[in-house]
Design a protein around this ligand. Structure first.
Ligand code: 1CP
Length: 343
């Protein structure tokens, strides 16, 4: 039986409860850097890995078994949502996501089909169930989705980008169409996350990876309201973590909407993040992923500084964004062990 004291550390921290030590997980921990993952990556293409529950379970568990993190994140991608809407998304080697026919006009948006998520993304829900069976009770499983803005960026731009200039000019020239598209993405994302929760995820993270390409005023028009809608629909079901990369200006607003956690990137100090959030919410972050390439002694020093700055209460240690592909596994272990052994 699960007594309160047996609630996993990660969930205790999200609930704002006292913890014996700081929990830690790493964004993008399930892919990218582990040699066993690279072996599977060379054997199966990306969407085969995502669509095969046995492979998803194996990949999701790898960093738990090999690095010893306090939460697992289901192996998948934010771009399964445009796929479920009927958009053909390819994942090209050494390039990333590619959409041959990106969204250009009203008729493209009209054609997007947001029904039957249960059927179309059934492979994700099967993978969540299978992974939950294999995970120890004390390691919670995180489900995730992209924010509607971040998904729009790919659907309109057609690929990754530093500026998302095509996506932004689409929104600025056709705000009504942009809002139609954002509403459709929001609606399917809520359905999808509810089903992920029914399948067994213990918490949900919303990745607004490209929120930072918007000005703070445009953010409040094109991103914030849609993340809030998702949070409002789901917060009574499970703890929600919002990760608005590059959006320190939104920390204050996000701290007031009943989400459980807020991801902080490395450009914002812990002190600023605590001040802006009024200490109302659990913060998660925020080591610069490139610092995992530093010499070990320096990495240990910086990790301890991070822990001291955020403090023990209402805190989940993590990187400020996803781990980089060539990160040395030994350094990942140093980062995680420093956090687990810190007092
Ligand atoms: O074949 C491969 O392995 C391709 C690399 C890869 C992997 C491992 C992609 C392509 N996606 C993923 C998995 C993935 N994506 C996970 C789960 C596993 C993990 O922990 O790594 C998660 C949580 C994501 C989320 C994701 N996908 C985000 C949000 C997080 C972030 O990093 O900002 C984004 C923006 C994507 C889009 C995406 N998918 C893949 C790539 C290369 C990209 C980014 C492209 C770009 O820079 O625009």
């Amino acid at each position: 039986m699960n007594t309160i004291s047996e609630t996993p550390l990660f969930l205790r921290a999200l609930n704002g409860e006292k913890v014996d030590r700081t929990p830690v997980w790493i964004m993008r921990q399930a892919g990218r850097y582990l040699p066993d993952f690279i072996t599977l990556k060379n054997k199966y293409d990306f969407f085969t890995r995502c669509q095969t529950p046995e492979l998803v379970t194996e990949i999701t568990l790898m960093p738990i078994k090999q690095i010893g993190l306090d939460a697992a994140i289901i192996f998948s991608d934010i771009l399964v949502i445009p796929q479920a809407m009927g958009v053909n998304v390819e994942m090209k080697n050494n390039f990333g996501p590619y959409i041959e026919f990106p969204i250009k006009n009203e008729s493209d948006i009209h054609k997007l089909n947001i029904s039957n998520v249960e059927e179309k993304l059934n492979y994700v829900f099967e993978a969540v169930k299978m992974t939950k069976k294999e995970l120890q009770y004390n390691i919670p499983l995180i489900g995730f989705a992209g924010s509607p803005w971040t998904i729009l960026c790919y659907m309109v731009q057609g690929s990754g980008s530093k500026t998302f200039d095509i996506a932004k000019s689409f929104c600025f020239k056709n705000p009504e169409l942009a809002h139609k598209l954002l509403n459709k993405i929001t609606s399917i994302t809520i359905d999808y996350l509810k089903m992920k929760i029914n399948a067994g995820v213990d918490a949900v993270q919303i990745f607004d990876s490209w929120g930072g390409v918007l000005s703070h005023t445009d953010y409040n028009v094109f991103s914030y309201p849609y993340i809030k809608q998702i949070n409002d629909a789901l917060k009574i079901l499970r703890p929600i973590i919002i990760y608005p990369k590059g959006c320190w200006h939104a920390i204050n607003s996000f701290s007031k909407i009943g989400a459980s956690g807020l991801g902080i990137d490395w450009t914002c100090s812990a002190r600023n993040a605590r001040y802006l959030s009024g200490n109302n919410i659990t913060l998660q972050g925020n080591m610069d992923p490139s610092r995992l390439f530093s010499p070990k002694n320096e990495l240990i020093k910086l990790t301890k500084e991070m822990l001291n700055e955020f403090g023990k209460e209402k805190y989940i240690a993590n990187l400020g964004h996803g781990i980089l592909p060539n990160t040395p596994v030994d350094n990942v272990k140093v980062f995680v062990d420093t956090i687990k052994n810190f007092s």
